[in-house]
Ligand binder design. Structure first.
Ligand code: SF4
Length: 514
């Protein structure tokens, strides 16, 4: 979210004539876009402010004083502490980016000071920055498009509803226009973003007729509920937006994050299953494998309901890759609850998991009403056990990928070596392959064309040749497209068995080490 917000912020500043400096020392304004979800992220910002303080001191006295701003979630949460640092000049919350040019102007006029803090941390119920054209890296293969902001869920451990405010969705028409433009500019993948992305509900076209069941619990996945009853009459829901985007740009991959499991209704799952360009990796944050702990977390579902959702998703899309967030050591978590979480990690079969030990966040329900009673050493032990189980499962899942065939979107040279390219499968798996010449065509009906080097943004058919716990190594077979690969194989993932029966002309004689 924060990277996308930074791009939006760059868009706003560009509209007001600001240009990007090459480094902090050359800048007249330094803005730190912050996250408050975890304490560690906040600590990093305070240490960064220490570095900036030193930089401020060595500033050439001939130049205007550098203006330092802290923006985003942390700004909202810790505004007083930030000003106490004596290095911060401006504080602006995530809904106040539009006021930054004005705040910077006031700073240049010398209008800051003890009684005149330059601050705007007002949260909005409407701001979506729908009309702002984000300034992105030129030529990027992938782009993030913000579709909604805020979260209404009020999970008991989470600070986000306090720092990001209530849910609001951007009009679908503006999202579609931005995605189409990205496609025309050569972008190959779009990441639809929102704090609670699949709770998206565009209410801007209120003339739409109600379908009658928008406010009912059937809007949610079976067995899931929410204390908050959102207004849905006449809204364009997430599934409909997703389908419209998928149809508008069939050769562009579509990902989305970060969802809540309750909003994976059957309709949403069916849309994901139906369109080959919607990636088959779902983030399903479980948080815990214990119904008792889930209740304390106010997540709105039981372990059984979560398991059933995973089952429904896998029944519809056997190739699906799942990822999750897990918190261990939450208030009142007993050993039995922890065993439930380990069991979930073993049985759900995650391809990615973000595992954390619980840390109390001020303002939240848990901080105010629950006892943070799991000792730190127990939290750490449970975290290590969870990591161990997850890694075991992941290694086995990656090993099972060997000999499977995937459609990979090439991102560019890897950090390991310029001679190794990296990209991701439709299931979100990181893949590495030699930067070598491959056929510029793939399907058997295509005439054999000359060999060519793979380029960032190419879709290539690959066979997985080996796997570790963290990545897959692949052999590229040829440049292709989503439509061609799916026409040929029926899916963007081909099992090892089916890949072995590959059509004539696609056999690979040997795999070279690069
Ligand atoms: S759904 Fe996610 S962002 Fe919203 S309150 Fe819960 S954990 Fe926080």
């Amino acid at each position: 979210m924060n990277s996308s917000d930074t791009e939006i912020l760059r868009g706003i500043l560009a509209q007001h004539g600001f240009t990007r400096a090459d480094d902090p020392a050359g800048a007249d304004v330094i803005l730190l876009n912050t996250c408050a979800i975890r304490e560690k992220a906040e600590q990093k910002i305070f240490s960064r402010l220490g570095e900036i303080k030193a930089l401020k001191k060595t500033r050439d006295s001939e130049r205007m004083p550098v203006c330092v701003g802290v923006i985003g979630c942390m700004a909202e949460r810790l505004k007083d502490q930030l000003f106490e640092q004596k290095v911060v000049d401006i504080v602006a919350g995530p809904d106040a980016f539009r006021s930054l040019p004005g705040l910077i102007h006031l700073f240049t006029q010398g209008r800051d000071g003890e009684d005149n803090d330059l601050i705007n941390v007002q949260l909005s119920t409407e701001e979506t920055y729908a009309d702002v054209r984000p300034v992105r890296e030129v030529g990027a293969v992938s782009a993030a498009v913000s579709i909604m902001r805020g979260c209404n869920n009020m999970c008991s451990f989470c600070i986000v509803p306090f720092t990001r405010g209530r849910e609001r969705s951007r009009p679908a028409a503006s999202i579609l226009a931005e995605v189409k433009q990205l496609h025309e500019e050569g972008c190959k993948e779009v990441l639809l973003l929102g704090q609670n992305v699949n709770s998206y509900a565009d209410l801007s076209g209120s003339e739409r007729a109600s379908t009658g069941n928008e406010a009912s619990t059937s809007y949610y996945a079976e067995g899931f509920s929410s204390v908050y009853k959102p207004r849905r009459e006449g809204a364009i829901p997430f599934g409909e937006l997703l389908e419209a985007v998928a149809k508008a740009v069939p050769e562009m991959r579509i990902r989305f994050t970060s969802p809540h499991p309750k909003d994976f209704s059957d309709e949403v799952l069916q849309v994901i299953a139906k369109h080959s360009n919607i990636c088959k990796n779902l983030h399903m944050p479980a948080q815990s494998g214990s119904t008792r702990v889930l209740s304390g977390m106010k997540r709105g579902y039981t372990r059984e309901a979560y398991d059933a959702l995973v089952e429904r998703a896998r029944a519809l899309m056997p190739e699906i890759a799942l990822s999750t967030d897990i918190i261990v050591g939450f208030c009142g978590e007993e050993e039995e609850d922890h065993q439930g979480t380990l069991d979930l990690l073993r049985t759900a079969g995650y391809d990615q998991a973000f595992l954390f030990a619980y840390s109390k966040r001020d303002k939240t329900h848990a901080a105010r009403h629950l006892q943070d009673d799991v000792p730190q050493d127990v939290k750490m032990r449970r975290l290590n056990e969870a990591i161990h189980v997850y890694k075991e499962v992941l290694t086995a899942r990656n090993q099972a990928e060997v000999s499977c065939r995937h459609l990979v979107l090439v991102e560019g040279p890897s950090r390991r070596s310029p001679s190794i390219l990296t990209g991701r499968t439709c299931t979100g798996k990181r893949v590495f392959m030699c930067d070598e010449e491959v056929s510029s065509s793939y399907g058997p009906s295509q005439p054999r064309r000359s060999a060519a080097r793979m380029q960032p943004g190419d879709y290539v058919a690959v066979d997985i040749i080996s796997a570790t716990g963290s990545a897959l190594q692949a052999k590229a077979l040829g440049v292709t497209s989503i439509a061609e690969f799916v026409d040929l194989h029926g899916s963007t993932v081909v099992s090892a068995q089916d890949a072995a029966c590959q059509p004539p002309g696609l056999a690979v004689a040997a795999y070279a080490e690069c």
